[in-house]
Design a protein around this ligand. Structure first.
Ligand code: TTP
Ligand code: MG
Ligand code: MG
Length: 437
């Protein structure tokens, strides 16, 4: 394989930085963005400015705890619209340097700039230009990692935050990773780290030095890829944005769970997130898939075709639940995912519109509130205080989420239950998600 040059760009304290940009009096002060602001006792921290982090405040901490740690901090509600706009502005800058841009969340993306050198310079040069243009044009600072693989670039961008630039030369990957704590390796969550500690693995280098056989014996097939990653190898290319074929959300539990109430609530939250992305895009999904991973990393997916395509939470949720329920019995669930696929344009006019217009109007009204005031403004009673992570992010990589608003409003009847066909045989995958670092 030829050497590639990959950048990972991640904005610093993103939501908080947008607030500080727009209100200069907040610069240099501890700023905490989360929930509905200071009155929201049950919310969690979405973002903390670096000034606030000195008090030990970080994302996913309860707002109550953040307040306890720094009562003088400025607490602000999430204003999703402005963050979405800033995200789009930054992604547009990244696309100046290569079409190979893969956004992986609202504030970060991979770029493959291997073919951009003649036009724009080498990796570090492009990284510096990106940082300058983001600062001057969007008013935010970004940290950038430059390396030959996505894995190493992502770890590098995180290493000197905020406003960092870390370059790892070809061939230096293993030496760069070696001294870092094992938890920084993509795919190593708390559990894997604890299991590796039994083998005295504390750093990525310790893992790289283990005989692969031993790791495979203990961790199964993905043990081999763990060792490869510890050595800096990661064959995954940068994917640019194909037209969306599906929308999905996944959630990894902090602690594996077999609590049916928690499982149902999580599925409901994800169904809501998925439906909330289908509607503004003006499409409906014909197929619902659930993904379930247990505590031994066995992953199964179950899929069902709906009798009628939908963009509403209820049928997505009830289908996901019907698929998941028999599978999770007695299982310690590590990860759940809900995906809607088989997407089609919403028909402009349905003959049966009149059946349940009130429900759709309520849904559309909630959507418009969310658009105006940010995700999480309107939440089902059941999800409140459920300890779920902050509102599901849209994925700017997914072209669905970029589609315009103002789609003609039509109406449909939310089918209470969806008897459907199960269309896909079980798949069993042995893998570690790249989302656990
Ligand atoms: P991150 O890039 O993980 O964090 P950050 O940009 O705030 O800080 P830094 O990268 O400098 O460490 O997440 C980007 C945004 O996503 C963050 O500003 C707010 C949102 N977010 C949440 O809403 N909840 C979360 O738990 C996390 C981690 C992020
Ligand atoms: Mg960030
Ligand atoms: Mg990020």
């Amino acid at each position: 394989m030829t050497n590639r040059t990959i950048l990972h760009v991640d904005l610093d304290a993103f939501f908080a930085a947008v607030e500080q940009r727009d209100r200069p009096e907040l610069r240099g002060r501890p700023v905490v963005v989360g929930g509905a602001g200071s009155e929201d006792a049950r919310g969690v921290v979405s973002a903390a400015s670096y000034e606030a982090r000195r008090f030990g405040i970080h994302s996913a901490m309860s707002l109550r705890e953040a307040y306890r740690r720094c009562p003088d901090a400025v607490f602000l509600p999430v204003d999703g619209r402005r963050y979405q706009q800033a995200s789009r502005d930054v992604m547009a800058i990244l696309r100046r340097f290569t079409p190979l841009v893969e956004p992986i969340s609202i504030d970060e993306a991979f770029l493959d700039v291997s073919a951009s050198a003649a036009l724009f310079g080498d990796g570090p040069t492009i990284a510096r230009r990106i940082k300058t243009e983001v600062r001057e044009e969007v008013g935010l600072t970004a940290s950038v990692g430059v390396a030959g693989t996505k894995l190493v670039a992502k770890i590098a961008s995180d290493l000197r935050k905020p406003d960092g630039l870390v370059v790892v030369s070809w061939g230096e990957e293993a030496a760069f990773l070696g001294p870092l704590p094992i938890g920084r390796l993509w795919g190593v969550g708390e559990k894997t780290a604890a299991a590796l500690a039994e083998y005295s693995v504390r750093t990525i280098g310790d893992l790289a030095a283990l005989p692969p056989d031993l790791v495979v014996r203990r961790f199964g097939k993905h043990g081999a890829s763990l060792v490869e990653r510890a050595r800096g190898l990661d064959p995954d290319p940068v994917h640019d944005g194909d037209p969306a074929k599906s929308v999905g959300h996944e959630h990894t539990f902090d602690v594996d769970t077999s609590d049916m109430e928690v499982i149902e609530r999580t599925l409901l939250g994800m169904a809501e997130g998925v439906a909330g992305r289908l509607r503004p895009a003006g499409v409906r999904a014909g197929t619902v898939t659930v993904k379930i991973r247990d505590d031994s990393f066995r992953t199964i997916t179950r899929q069902r075709t709906l009798t009628e395509p939908t963009d509403l939470t209820d049928p997505i949720y009830s289908t996901a639940l019907a698929l998941a329920r028999p599978e999770v019995r007695g299982m310690r669930v590590r990860l759940l995912g809900v995906t809607a696929s088989n997407l089609g344009e919403r028909e402009q006019l349905s003959l049966f519109d009149a059946t349940e217009p009130r429900h759709r109007r309520a849904v559309e009204a909630a959507d418009s509130l969310r658009r105006r005031y940010g995700e999480g403004t309107v939440t089902r009673g059941r999800l409140l205080g459920a300890g779920l992570p902050a509102p599901f992010e849209r994925d700017p990589r997914n072209p669905l989420d970029r589609r315009s608003r103002g789609v003609p409003v039509d109406s449909d009847e939310p089918p209470a239950d969806q008897p459907g066909r199960d269309t896909q045989a079980d798949t069993e995958v042995d893998e570690i998600p790249p989302d656990e670092a």
